[in-house]
Design a protein around this ligand. Structure first.
Ligand SMILES: [Zn+2]
Length: 417
């Protein structure tokens, strides 16, 4: 397995589920086949210092909003789930800008595709955009093409700060502070103007469908978080030999997010999850939530792997820590989901009969009823992580079962590389 040399690298600033097909800069640099990034690929920066320096750019969010939670479930433990207007608009514009940039590229022109800046949401025939609305939307997309389409939502500090700021101002009707002083989000003037012009268009033509999708996702995920959230957070913190954050982790549920369908940024720890992404549905919602949150607490594992590597003068295996948190979340969630599934099957059968008493026609095969962890289902181990899966199954699994210590498991994994 190719990897970068053991070297001091800044901690990952943020992380995401999938390799980015557009960002292969690092992949080439380290010769790996799976494209998950860490900050080692970028100019090292000390994020807290940079954030401090940039603090003047964005005034603090006086307008910080209460989470939008389905009243049926009330406040949840562990996570704070939001469906915020500006974050959703931001990701919609970013998506439209990326699409336009891609269709305008020389290769796309060759293939006959042309750019068409349109509102990327379902619009009823009666609900067509007026000429002025179309202009405002197209201007916003053009601004995003010019300023953000070439930047990554996860690795651009500018985009991370912007995303966080838009989250904090989610209840504001506009961002200039013209109507309400506390709603001055302190964004660059042109961006404020662009968003304040595109906002009403999105509100009229796309937001209600997106908000509905977000709330439906939250409503489906909430019972699992309520039942299992605290237990899972303790278990994962124990595994990673750390503490779970005392504050609930903010999760911005957005109709669309990045190419991976979810990403996490640190300092502060915030998760963004796409509610309409097929990979994040059903039972997978809980795993995606905890996988993403694990990015905020798995630092001891990443450090232990690097330390062990240095001691043995071995290359630091690229992304082993990331494969490890995929593996761990999957293994921890699996028995819970299998139990949930059994309970659901039992509930579905008349008179509570089920399990071994059920006729073969009532019973699904073992394979069908067992939960498949995300990384297996999405084929991540087949894209360059085959070796990692073997090592994790052999040396990390015994640690999860309490048969070896954390340090021994890490040492064995690294020596097996
Ligand atoms: Zn991840």
């Amino acid at each position: 397995m190719a990897g970068s040399r053991c070297e001091d690298k800044p901690l990952a600033q943020s992380s995401e589920l999938h390799p980015d097909p557009y960002l292969d800069l690092c992949i080439g640099a380290v010769g790996d086949t799976i494209g998950h990034f860490t900050m080692r690929c970028f100019t090292p920066i000390r994020l807290p210092i940079v954030l401090f320096m940039m603090a003047g750019l964005f005034p603090s969010a006086f307008a910080a909003a209460a989470p939008q939670i389905d009243p049926v479930y009330g406040p949840l433990p562990v996570f704070e789930l939001h469906s915020g207007f500006w974050i959703n608009l931001h990701h919609r514009l970013y998506e439209a800008a990326r699409e336009q940039r891609n269709t305008a590229s020389p290769s796309a022109e060759k293939s006959g595709k042309t750019a068409k800046p349109t509102l990327q949401v379902s619009l009823g025939a009666k609900n067509a955009l007026s000429a002025a609305e179309q202009r405002a939307w197209d201007d916003a997309v053009a601004y995003y093409v010019a300023n953000y389409a070439d930047k990554d939502l996860l690795f651009s500090l500018e985009l991370v700060l912007l995303k966080n700021q838009l989250g904090d101002f989610e209840t504001c009707e506009e961002l200039s502070g013209a109507k309400k002083k506390t709603c001055d989000a302190g964004l660059p003037a042109k961006l404020t103007q662009i968003l304040d012009a595109a906002g009403p268009v999105y509100r009229a033509h796309g937001w209600s469908a997106d908000d509905r999708a977000n709330r439906a996702w939250i409503k489906r995920a909430a019972p699992l978080v309520r039942e299992q959230g605290v237990g899972l957070s303790h278990r994962l913190a124990d595994i990673y030999q750390t503490r779970w954050p005392t504050e609930r982790i903010r999760v911005d549920v957005s109709a669309v997010a990045n190419y991976a369908g979810a990403y996490t940024t640190l300092d502060p720890l915030r998760v963004t999850i796409a509610s309409t992404d097929a990979r994040n549905q059903g039972a997978a919602a809980l795993e995606v939530l905890f996988h993403e949150a694990s990015h905020g607490i798995a630092t001891p594992v990443e450090q232990a792997i690097a330390r062990e590597c240095r001691q043995r003068d071995k290359p630091i295996p690229r992304d082993l820590w990331h494969a490890l948190i995929f593996y761990t979340t999957g293994e921890v969630i699996k028995p819970i989901m299998d139990t949930e599934d059994d309970a659901a099957s039992d509930r579905a059968l008349p008179n509570g009969s089920g399990g071994s008493d059920a006729s073969p026609a009532d019973s699904r095969s073992l394979e069908e009823t067992q939960y498949t962890p995300y990384a297996i289902r999405e084929g991540l181990y087949r894209r360059g992580w085959e070796n990692y899966l073997e090592i994790l199954t052999r040396y990390w699994q015994p640690y999860l079962e309490g048969r070896v210590t954390f340090d021994d498991a890490i040492a064995h994994m690294v020596s097996a590389l």
